[in-house]
Design a protein around this ligand. Structure first.
Ligand code: ADP
Length: 299
């Protein structure tokens, strides 16, 4: 609440008069600020690889001209920077696409097992190259499909598995478990006593049954104080080695947006030195829902 004081001159008896009004402008300001911060962050993140590219072009034009070894090294770095810019732009576009469609309820029947299989096909080569084992378990026999947008659900699983792989050391294992149940039961299952657990997004209707995807790695883990901020755009844990692939800091923001759009839930559980588990909860499709009509793709 902000007080706005407008002097109105002197009254008949000589005292000062003022009009004082109060306005609640925090909410509007907040939205504007978030938008401005986002633009500033996005521009900054894009400028960094761009500046590096320009620098290397200068160098290649200049003294590296006569040094084929240096040329090759610089071109490799330039390729990595260009690739990083591509990832950033892809992620920024995903985020805005999701935000634009947020008011439309996703309505396809999606089998989590199929979505997980798609992701496994995509990340298999990366895991093999890195020497990380991938294990999939589930779904239970009584699992129903979830209600959603198939591509977006694949993206949620993909981002979580990408992170798990990125922060895994060679020789580690990434486990993807497909489960079903109510969120409270699912949340209680398998929490390690030494780990911190935080709900990053509370599901809309706790009474419903959910399809659950749980992605567990044996990476470095995340300190408790970082957990609440993980889904902020561009938030990255300082000093964490993510290997050769520098992240964009947008992956988990995208995950949270998509899960939110599906009225689902998201939780993280982590212990330093022991690894991290991200769990996504997506509402199961209600069996009695009208067939076919809801299966149309959004346009
Ligand atoms: P990024 O593209 O940087 O990975 P994300 O939004 O996906 O961005 O993740 C935000 C930050 O959360 C990461 O930079 C990393 O510090 C941390 N993080 C995410 N997943 C894991 C994980 N499985 N293990 C350890 N740290 C993680």
């Amino acid at each position: 609440l902000r007080a706005i004081v407008r002097p109105m001159g002197l009254s008949l008896d000589g005292s000062h008069l003022a009009l004082v009004s109060f306005r609640d402008e925090t909410e509007l300001r907040q939205v504007e600020r978030t938008r401005a911060d986002f633009l500033a962050n996005a521009s900054h993140e894009l400028r960094t690889p761009l500046a590096s590219l320009s620098g290397f072009i200068e160098t290649l034009r200049g003294h590296a001209r006569s040094d084929p070894g240096a040329q090759e090294r610089f071109l490799t770095i330039m390729q990595a920077q260009a690739e990083r810019m591509r990832r950033l732009i892809d992620d920024l576009m995903s985020l805005s696409r999701i935000e634009l469609n947020e008011h439309i309820a996703p309505s396809q029947a999606v089998e989590l097992a199929d979505a997980v299989a798609d992701v496994m096909d995509a990340v298999g080569p990366i895991a093999r190259e890195k020497g990380v084992k991938l294990e999939v378990s589930g779904p239970p026999a009584d699992a129903a499909p979830v209600t959603g947008d198939r591509d977006q659900i694949v993206q949620v699983i993909q981002n979580l598995v990408d992170n798990a792989l990125k922060y895994s050391a060679p020789g580690g294992t990434v486990r993807v478990a497909i489960e079903a149940g109510r969120t409270a039961e699912a949340a209680a299952a398998g929490v390690r006593p030494e780990a911190s657990r935080l709900s990053l997004l509370t599901p809309d209707h706790t009474g419903e049954t959910y399809g659950v995807v749980r992605v567990t790695d044996q990476g470095p883990g995340i300190a408790r104080e970082h957990l609440p901020r993980l889904t902020e755009r561009f938030y990255r844990v300082e000093g964490q080695k993510s290997g050769e692939r520098l992240g964009t800091g947008l992956g988990l923001a995208i995950v949270k947006h998509i899960v939110n759009r599906h009225r689902g839930g998201l939780a993280v559980e982590s212990a330093l030195g022991a690894g991290t588990t991200f769990t996504a909860y997506l509402p199961e499709r209600v069996a009695a829902a009208a067939p076919a009509a809801g299966d149309r793709r959004e346009t």
